[in-house]
Design a protein around this ligand. Sequence first.
Ligand SMILES: [Zn+2]
Length: 397
Amino acid sequence: MKNKIILSLGIIILLLSTYLVNSCLAITQSDIDSLRQQQEQAQREKEEIAQQKETEKNELESINEQLNKVNNEIMELEGKIASLNISISEKETQIEEKEKELQEKQELLKTRLVAMYKNGNLSYLDVLLGSSNYMDMLASIDALERIADADNKLIVKIKEEKAELEQIKKQLEDEKIEVDAAKAQKKAKNVELTTLQEQKESKIASLTEEEKQKEKKISEFQAAIRQGEAEIQAEIERNRNKNNGHSNVTGSIDNSQGSLGWPLPKQYARYSYITSYFGPRKQPTAGASTNHGAIDIGVSYQPLYAAESGLVVTAGVVSGYGNFIMIWHNQRGQLYTAYGHLSQILVSAGQTVNRGQQIGVTGNTGITTGPHLHFEVRVGGSSSGCRTDPLNYVVIS
Ligand SMILES: [Zn+2]
């Protein structure tokens, strides 16, 4: 909030210094035209930003779509990898089973071969096979050989089956390597897109901030234009009154001391209540002016009186000043008084006030370090460049 106040105060100071400061001239139509051009320029810039933002948003949308697609593809690939892993481990189990079967068969065959070749005498075989005669025995040997042969064939078959399983497993593993590589590629794409997405998002955020700043600037320009137009209108009124002879305006102001009333109750008309004088000073708080165009009177919540009769030209919140009133003492030429940090405003712009009339209550609004009245006198125009030392216009002791 404070930063915003400082920012808008900065913009106002910038505006005033661009158009009005130092020369202390009343605002002219060409100043307003210039302000309007600036406002239009800011408007165009804001539209450009909005357009740029739209483009970025569209690009972000397409990135998001791509990212979605890639993430879905990654998910699919992960599904594939998971099912490949299951298939591979199934094959491993089957291979292990085959291996076990193979070993059992080989063991059995070994036992039979041992029986055949190591204990190859007839009596043993006779006993073994329970054959009663030689022919039976021969037949039994033949049977044994056939069994061994069948065993051998079975072993070969199991080996083939195992080799086939290993082949399938190898294919699955190769496929998994491919899918893994595809997934890694998609992951890289995901990282790339996520980076792009973050870049776009931060770009959009900064464009939104820029847009807001432009809007702020535009409304500052609008406020300055409104105030300028009101002053020009007031000037026209003044000239009309002069031409009609209805006014005692002299075109110059009375510079003698005491020409303005003290804007506070009498007991505060003392130097001892002045907490800050007109002129250069150390910045009392961030955002406060270093070249003080006013006197600060250290009172809190006291009735505020118009220092002179006149026309209220500003009554409302002004950046830095808080609640603020400016009166044009139109009967006395280009003489203005201004009052800042008020707690209450009891008048409105366009209203006529009399000298000594209560117009508000002092306070602590705007950029302050504590309650006080910020009292300005402007001579020659209403711009801040026209501020002069109020102590030349009031009598105090
Ligand atoms: Zn002040």
